[in-house]
Design a protein around this ligand. Structure first.
Ligand code: HEC
Length: 119
């Protein structure tokens, strides 16, 4: 390492220390690249499928849904969907809940073919 790059490093370290100790803390921009979330909801003729596409993709992909146990009963899906609204703040109308719960239970939960095929 030559003198110039040592000086540069010293300058960076001093600047970092100054911003950590001073009030300029928010100026430390931290960039984190997460992998793109791309998991899609399984297509279906059930009315809840379209509602789920409309209401559930604004915050996260279908990944969270796919990772729930296949044995999850209807009551679990209902509680989960309601939790997305309160307290998480999803803006869908109450009236959309039953159809989405039906789609989720029959596609990803206890009433799905995967749950009942012994897999
Ligand atoms: C307002 C943003 C938002 C919307 C819209 C939303 N979610 Fe979520 N969801 C979250 C947050 C926040 C978490 C919790 C993430 C964590 O714990 O790391 C979450 C987690 C989950 C989980 C993981 C299990 C759990 O209980 O935490 C499932 C399943 C899920 N969401 C399903 C859905 C479904 C189905 C919909 C549509 C009805 C939906 N989400 C819409 C914000 C949202």
């Amino acid at each position: 390492m030559n003198t110039s790059s040592r000086l540069k490093n010293l300058f960076r370290a001093t600047a970092l220390l100054a911003s950590v100790c001073g009030t300029a803390l928010p100026a430390l921009a931290l960039e984190i690249d997460l992998p793109a979330e791309t998991a899609l909801y399984q297509q279906s003729d059930m009315p809840g499928y379209t509602l789920t596409l409309q209401n559930c993709l604004m915050c996260h992909s279908a990944q969270y849904v796919q990772y729930q146990p296949k044995t999850s009963p209807r009551s679990y899906w209902e509680a989960t969907v309601k939790k997305m609204k309160h307290p998480f703040g999803a803006p869908f109308p109450e009236g959309d809940i039953p159809a989405m719960v039906d789609y989720l239970t029959k596609t990803y939960g206890a009433e799905s073919s995967a749950a009942n095929s012994g897999k």
